[in-house]
Ligand binder design. Structure first.
Ligand SMILES: [Zn+2]
Length: 450
């Protein structure tokens, strides 16, 4: 079991849960669940998506009742938050329980309690998230708000029944992590200046693109924070609304009742918006409304899943938008990835460069200079990396590019034209950051060449 958790830990949960006097000794087997189940409080329907989070305050830290289950759950969450994990996985296998944390994009195994504690751990989490603890055959989603060492943390709980019991994945949404500010995301000065000028345009579409987990939301939230929420009507359509932003109107998508991205966007357009952030453009309908919004004097920020910036243009063509509309509506596209940052505590100049790095440099770079790596220390769990830094590729549409797009170009044409105009690719930016000693070429290869 992990070491005793931080006493600064405090649950923020439903007053009704408090009233029932906390889970009555969640013991180490499923047989004890009915006792908890019989309590009146968590009888609500399963919370779906971003259903109502628990509100109110109780202190779950009760040394007098040093329950193994309560302690384990509290300690696990405190550890995850303190180590900067983005996700916690609690996975039942046939004979043992696995607990893993995702830190800087990579999963790490943690010491786990015996498998017999698994049902009680799951029940404990369900109670905290206001889920139906008697339902073990269907997936459930919920939300917990917790306070860990004075830090407000939102936890998204997802339960999925597997062959050996329910697997729980907890996404840790740390609101302090998104208010980092545009200038701290790791953009080069030139990219930052150009991107800032794109998001301060009065109208047009600015796309942020990359795979899941590449930091697109953080970039968009940081962009919204640059804008003046007092003099502008800034609205977002999200699925789910991940972070609450001050002075911004956030709309939650509910596909099941017809509140799709496109429907929400259409309604927002009747709400006198200036800037609209659309969580994601996934279909033609949403893309079309976004284009119309951009062409009628609104600034639209959104994300796509493409590998690079020029591909976001051809993706819109593939979705079904006419190229002359794309050419007129889109201002720019930013592709991004997150690379692990070399640990500052064990960083050293590289004396021998791995073969993979040499081969990559020969192929793609004419730059020379000192490269660095982390040798591994306690602070970085011996990985040599601590924290992450973004690499960026910004495509800004000028008249020449717009003309090319109107002619429905191939991706190759577009990439060539963008490069001719000096667009710095993800690879260029990653290599520059490796030579600045911020990351390694190995990490660049791992993230961009797979
Ligand atoms: Zn280190």
């Amino acid at each position: 079991m992990p070491k005793a958790f931080d006493k600064g830990f405090r649950w923020v949960t439903d007053p009704s849960v408090q009233a029932e006097d906390e889970p009555d000794t969640p013991k180490e087997s499923a047989e004890n669940e009915p006792a908890v189940e019989a309590s009146p409080a968590p009888k609500k329907a399963p919370v779906q998506g971003t259903g109502q989070p628990n509100q109110g305050t109780i202190s779950a830290w009760r040394p007098a009742r040093s329950e193994p289950v309560i302690n384990f759950v509290d300690s696990l969450i405190a550890t995850a938050v303190n180590e900067g994990a983005s996700d916690i996985h609690i996975e039942p296998r046939e004979k043992e329980l696995h607990v893993r944390l995702r830190i800087d994009g990579v999963l790490f195994q943690k010491p786990a309690p015996p498998i017999k504690m698994h049902p009680a751990i799951i029940s404990r989490l369900k109670i905290l998230a206001n889920l139906d603890i008697s339902e073990r055959r269907l997936p459930q989603d919920g939300r917990i708000r917790a306070n860990v060492s004075g830090k407000k943390v939102d936890l998204r709980i997802s339960m999925l029944p597997l062959s050996h019991g329910e697997k729980c994945v907890i996404r840790v949404l740390d609101s302090s992590a998104i208010s980092v500010g545009l200038e701290k995301l790791g953009m080069s000065d030139k990219t930052l200046e150009a991107f800032r000028s794109e998001i301060l345009q009065p109208h047009g579409i600015v796309l942020v693109t990359g795979p899941t987990g590449s930091g697109k939301s953080t970039t968009l939230y940081s962009a919204l924070q640059v804008m003046d929420g007092t003099s502008l009507n800034i609205c977002t359509v999200e699925d789910p609304v991940e972070y609450d932003l001050a002075s911004i109107n956030q709309v939650q998508v509910h596909e099941s009742i017809g509140m799709t991205f496109a429907a929400a966007l259409r309604s927002l357009l009747r709400q006198d918006p200036d800037t609209i952030m659309v969580g994601e453009i996934r279909d033609e309908e949403t893309a079309r409304v976004a284009v119309q919004a951009a062409l009628t004097g609104h600034l639209v920020l959104s994300t796509l899943h493409t590998n690079d910036a020029p591909s976001s243009i051809t993706r819109l063509v593939d979705i079904g938008i006419e190229s002359y509309l794309i050419s007129a509506a889109v201002n720019g596209a930013l592709a991004q990835r997150l690379l692990r940052r070399i640990c500052e505590h064990c960083k050293e100049p590289m004396t021998t460069v791995p073969e993979s790095t040499t081969a990559y440099l020969e192929k793609y770079s004419d730059q020379t200079g000192q490269l660095y790596c982390g040798t591994g220390c306690e602070i970085c769990r011996n990985t040599g990396y601590k924290g992450r830094i973004g690499i960026y590729e910004l495509l800004v549409l000028n008249q020449e590019l717009r003309d090319i797009i109107t002619r429905t170009p191939s991706l190759g044409d577009l990439k060539a034209a963008a490069k001719n105009q000096g667009m710095r690719t993800l690879r260029d930016d990653g290599l520059a950051k490796a030579f600045q000693g911020l990351t390694t070429v190995d990490e660049l290869i791992r993230i961009t060449e797979s």
